[in-house]
Ligand binder design. Sequence first.
Ligand SMILES: [Fe+2]
Ligand SMILES: [Fe+2]
Length: 194
Amino acid sequence: MNILAVGDIVGENGVKKLKETLLNIKSKYNIDFVIVNAENSAGGMGITTSIFNDLKEMKVDVITMGNHTWGKKDIFSFIDNPIIIRPANYSKGVVGKGYGIYECKGKKIAVINLIGRTDMPIQSDNPFTAVQEIVDSISSNVDIIVVDFHAEATAEKIAMKYYMDGKVTALFGTHTHVQTADEEVTKNRNRLYY
Ligand SMILES: [Fe+2]
Ligand SMILES: [Fe+2]
């Protein structure tokens, strides 16, 4: 199973670039499942209905969000669509859902979206306890768990890496709009308990 995770798509130019390149990337790397973070896709803040439709047409499997989730009011008309998730550690009662479970090639893939608390301009619940609760509730029913941790501080992301090591299949970070290229296969990779 090859999963592609695309960090924050910024503005209409970002959407255009994805349109131009996604098919080639998918065929070059044999991609089965695509996750994109679209919190900045509409002029840098939020997502519109037309961009949401564009991403669906591009066969993006899951759209994750972040601190700009509510940047455009359009989102309230499609926030309940299964392919879009927003940070799971928003306060209880906020519309939308923080994770989804999807089928791909006979496997069940869970995608969880989280938001950090360090230097983040919005307040949220604890992402560590939130992700643990979700993992505990779904791990026996899924084959793969992928987490998009939308956070500012490298340290918070690294702490999440240690916390989730052996509990999820993959964790990637979004929000900072820079390539860090610090991917790593972690110590407890063979100790997945699900
Ligand atoms: Fe962003
Ligand atoms: Fe962000």
